[in-house]
Design a protein around this ligand. Structure first.
Ligand code: UGA
Length: 431
């Protein structure tokens, strides 16, 4: 099928590339001309495992093209996906100005029937607004359909999530676009659910809020485990084997971050408020998440006492492993808190150091390319992101580098009994 994707951020670029990978012809559109030029020249603006190879392969095959012209994208395709940012406003509600702008641009360029699909995470009833907007601004007065098709990919696993989705949600207000939408997704061999538009939009916010709730639940349990002398990982394993609960997203730590969960939670609380429901449960999820970080910082200060002039090694800056994304990263938040209390930091992240630099003060932070160099001369080491490679840290070498063998593990990467045997003062979460 001939498709275009407006917006080449995480969702747009990976979606467009995977559509091309299964044989569709895709135009990726972005109004950032420099980004388009970079993509046309074979550069990839984000780090996402496996993406570069399939971008190159599909560009070479002539199935994937980049342009900064929305009109070109619209005219060259039958189905147009909107994948632009929906950032939060200061009150937690969603800024829909990019969506509105794109809806107007699409409307202005339409000269024949098109299916306009929203992929961005949007509040319920946005589809109705998009349809109204297109109708109002379409000079050619051609027919069109609006579809909601939320995306569930995780950064760091985006290609795999897109190529093998758990489900595809298609929200429609008439049957007309259903066949085309099914044709687009049939190669992905996933269950396809057809709903009304409002339900499809709600599914996305409901899914992300539930996953965030699951993380806050295990973090709250971690606090009980600490107080009661239990091990949260064993509890997670024990409850997770119940298929109704499931083990995934039950890893306790320093809380969730990233560009989705914090923003989507605030948005969903606001949306609920607007339709007349006070979603107190989700407010509590937010509170537990914020407390989790405070508790971890307290663990550090309880042990090191005064942080002023202490040197702390930090492993991890990204909001989770396998990404260079530092947006709302708990690791960055932690660094800022330690710096504020007067500590100086030696930091390492396998991918996120360049993106972290602008968020941290220049003074007091040393960036190191080798994770083993981080401990040198430090008073303690902190694990802030769950990168698998940190598990390979040479503990004997790290111990030698530190003035005292103290490790605060915010992601439970090491075994407490083993660490104790090796002579470490080891503090993790919920164990
Ligand atoms: C999340 C959802 O998982 C995706 O399904 C969704 O499509 C995406 O948001 C989105 O709305 O675009 P993502 O933000 O990439 O994906 O990251 P996750 O893998 O969900 O992790 C979010 C945060 O939760 C990270 O900070 C991670 O460290 C933390 N987390 C995750 C935990 O603390 N414990 C866990 O057990 C799992």
């Amino acid at each position: 099928m001939k498709l275009s994707i407006i917006g080449t951020g995480y969702v747009g670029l990976v979606t467009g590339t995977c559509f091309a990978e299964v044989g569709h012809h895709v135009f990726c559109v972005d109004n950032d001309a420099a980004k388009v030029k970079m993509l046309q020249g074979g550069g990839i603006p984000i780090y996402e495992p496996g993406l570069e190879e399939i971008v190159k392969k599909n560009v070479a095959a002539g199935r994937l093209k980049f342009t900064s012209s929305t009109a070109e994208g619209v005219q060259e395709s039958d189905v147009i996906f909107i994948a632009v940012p929906t950032p939060p406003q200061p009150d937690g509600s969603v800024d829909l100005s990019y969506i509105e702008r794109v809806a107007r641009d699409i409307a202005a360029a339409m000269t024949s029937y098109k299916i306009v699909v929203d992929k961005s995470t949007v509040p319920v009833k946005t589809g109705e607004k998009v349809a109204e907007t297109i109708k109002r601004y379409c000079a050619a007065k051609v027919e069109f359909d609006v579809v909601s098709n939320p995306e569930f990919l995780r950064e760091g696993f985006a290609v795999g999530d897109l190529m093998h989705p758990d489900r595809v949600v298609i929200g429609v207000r008439s049957q007309r676009p259903v066949a085309a939408m099914k044709e687009i997704y049939t190669p992905f061999q996933a269950p396809i659910i057809v709903t009304d538009i409002n339900s499809a939009e709600l599914i996305k916010h409901a899914a992300n809020s539930f996953l965030a709730l699951k993380i806050s639940y295990i973090n709250a349990l971690a606090n009980i485990c600490e107080a009661a002398g239990a091990n949260v990982q064993e509890v997670a394993h024990g409850i997770g084997l119940d298929e109704r609960i499931g083990r995934r997203f039950l890893n306790a730590g320093i809380g969730f971050g990233g560009s989705c969960f914090p923003k989507d939670l605030s948005a969903f609380i606001k949306i609920s408020e607007q339709v007349g429901y006070d979603f107190k449960l989700l407010r509590e999820v937010q509170r537990i998440n914020a407390d989790q970080m405070e508790r971890f910082v307290k663990k550090i200060t309880d042990t090191l006492w005064v942080l002023k002039d202490k040197k702390i090694g930090v492993l991890g800056l990204a909001f989770k492993q396998n990404t260079d994304d530092v947006r709302s990263s708990p690791a960055i938040d932690l660094c800022q808190k330690l710096l504020k209390d007067g500590a100086t930091l030696r930091v390492h992240d396998p991918k996120a150091m360049a993106k972290a630099r602008p968020l941290l003060p220049e003074k007091g932070v040393t960036y190191l390319n080798d994770m083993h160099a981080v401990a040198e001369g430090c008073d303690a080491l902190v694990v802030a992101t769950e990168w698998d490679e940190f598990k390979q840290l040479d503990l004997a070498r790290a111990k030698k580098g530190l003035t005292h063998p103290i490790l605060f593990d915010g992601r439970n990467l090491f075994d407490p009994a083993e660490m104790e045997k090796l002579g470490w003062i080891y503090k993790s979460v919920g164990r």
